[in-house]
Design a protein around this ligand. Structure first.
Ligand SMILES: [Zn+2]
Length: 86
């Protein structure tokens, strides 16, 4: 019984080591570098979408979706619909 438990623990430890090596290898290899660069591009694109040229960076949950489907800065929407409120 103890042998089975010991084997199970060792197998789980082996899986953890293989997983850690895989994650580490992804960071070093050209594929890992490529994936990280793609993630960086997506992060910067997302930040650019959230940045209003007038009011700066906005939180994603505060954006207003227009009927055309395009998100808009809440301050710009407020000014466009209700006039200048600041
Ligand atoms: Zn704005």
């Amino acid at each position: 019984m103890n042998v089975i438990i010991l084997e199970s623990v060792l197998f789980v430890a082996l899986l953890a080591v293989v997983g850690a090596l895989f994650v580490t290898a992804l960071g070093i290899t050209p594929l890992g570098r490529r994936l990280r660069q793609s993630a960086n591009r997506k992060r910067i694109d997302k930040q650019a979408e959230l940045t209003c040229p007038i009011h700066g960076l906005q939180r994603e949950q505060d954006l207003v979706r227009l009927s055309a489907g395009e998100p808009l800065c809440p301050h710009c929407y407020q000014e466009a619909v209700h006039g200048h409120l600041d």
